[in-house]
Design a binder for this molecule. Structure first.
Ligand code: CO
Length: 444
């Protein structure tokens, strides 16, 4: 029978546990129910307090396919321990990613002894001694913690982070890092307001505003080339650097300061679309998919080894703004999912396929100009790629007309919906045709 699993905050998780004295039917039923509950939740370990019983009982089991075994995780059979005690623990420690059924969705990097010898009793009261390493050693230590009113969050060793970001793409990442108890954002390095970020003027630096709200110290920079930024960052002794939409080149002597080096979130399926305008490029080229990559920064442009990557399908109706916002959330969640495994060394960075690399260019206002020879399909892609900036426009008799909305009909012909003539308000295309006696035409 499946039992209710008590979550973080329930007092029973912190109550002292009683020794198991009587190995009766009641105990057998409880143990069976604990095994059922663990298996139902795809857990690999469960302690009695987690199902509301303050008793010294733990169950654990790890059955896996061969693939996981190759990764170095060894399976082990169902293990039931009453009144367990750690008799011996190796002085050698290792870091592993742990989860807990009382903390759904949380994964933390925890350092513990690599090997243990544990004594206790089996479900019938017979004394047993187990030597365990790898996952089994890890799970038994985690569950014995539960029996001692200790939770894995008590073991957190904060990973200190310096965050580099200027544009809005990094907002979700900064907020997620701040919220996760594993990380401590020590400083936000951001472009000073007058400075251009990625070729575009930053109206309000929302990264700076968010950092202020979260009470994270802000270091505003106009360049990272001088020694001042280097010394400031070095003095923070960060464990990890995270970069998103920063707008400045980070010199090697800075990106190598953190123990775990510096990671970058890039909105493309690298090595495709390195550089500043990957989202716009994917829309302009009519790609059927897009994604985010997390790479370890090196001295090239978005050329470092890949830590994690995920892709989404495109329907062909998305504009830049929608994809930017969506990929910014996706990038934040991918980073937070991958980080624990990156820190423990479980993720091996994969070198990018250099021959498949493509590069994107910085956008200019002029890129938004269409002429009668531009095809309808292209105009539609440009409108979506260049929203909100630089927009799409054409000139008629010396007058600039901005096309603000259009779509393709079933035959892939361009249907213009709304336009904005220079110096006038936005209007429907029908009103425009009536007032100006002009039609905008593009090639098929
Ligand atoms: Co647990």
């Amino acid at each position: 029978m499946k039992l209710k699993v008590f979550k973080d905050g329930e007092p029973v998780l912190r109550e002292a546990t009683e020794k198991v004295e009587s190995f009766d039917m009641e105990l057998q039923t409880l143990i069976d129910n604990m095994v059922d509950t663990m298996r139902e939740h795809n857990g690999i370990g469960l302690a009695a307090p987690q199902v509301g019983h303050s008793k010294k009982i733990l169950v654990c089991e790890y059955q896996t396919d061969e693939e996981d075994e190759e990764e170095g995780y060894k399976k082990f059979p169902l293990t039931i321990l009453c009144n367990p005690k750690i008799k011996k623990a190796s002085s050698e420690q290792c870091k592993m990613v742990e989860g807990c059924l009382s903390f759904p969705g949380m994964e933390l990097v925890i350092k513990r002894p690599q090997k243990i010898t544990v004594t206790g009793q089996d479900r019938y009261g017979k004394p047993i001694e187990i030597s365990a390493d790898n996952i089994q050693g890890r799970v038994i230590q985690h569950e014995i913690d539960h029996l001692n009113s200790t939770l894995f969050v008590d073991h957190i060793k904060e990973v200190s982070v310096v965050f580099f970001g200027t544009g809005n793409f990094g907002l979700h990442t900064l907020e997620s890092l701040h919220r996760d108890p594993q990380y401590k954002v020590k400083a936000v390095i951001t472009g000073s307001s007058e400075k251009l970020a990625r070729g575009k003027k930053v109206d309000a630096n929302n990264i700076k505003l968010l950092a202020n709200k979260l009470k994270i110290p802000v270091i505003e920079v106009k360049t990272l080339k001088d020694d001042k930024a280097f010394k400031q960052i070095k003095s923070l002794k960060p464990d990890l650097g995270v970069v998103t939409d920063f707008g400045f080149i980070i010199p090697k002597k800075i990106f190598t300061i953190p123990k775990y080096k510096t990671l970058n979130i890039h909105p493309s399926l690298l090595p495709k679309y390195r550089g500043t305008t990957p989202i716009q490029s994917a829309i302009l080229n009519g790609d059927h998919k897009i994604g985010v990559s997390i790479i370890k920064i090196d001295e090239g442009v978005d050329s470092g080894p890949i830590i994690a990557q995920t892709s989404i399908k495109l329907s062909g109706s998305e504009n830049y703004q929608i994809l930017h916002d969506y990929l910014s959330e996706l990038g934040a969640s991918l980073l937070l999912t991958a980080l624990p495994y990156y820190i423990t060394g479980d993720i091996k960075p994969v070198i990018q396929h250099e021959k498949k690399a493509t590069y994107t260019k910085i956008l200019k206002k002029l890129d938004g100009e269409v002429v009668p020879e531009t095809s309808g399909v292209e105009v539609d892609r440009m409108i979506r790629a260049f929203y909100p900036w630089p927009g799409v426009y054409t000139d008629i008799k010396g007058k600039r007309i901005q096309i603000t909305a259009a779509h393709l009909d079933k035959e892939k012909h361009l249907v213009i919906d709304r336009v904005k003539p220079a110096g006038k308000n936005e209007m429907s295309y029908d009103d425009f045709k009536n007032g100006y006696r002009e039609e905008l035409t593009f090639s098929e």
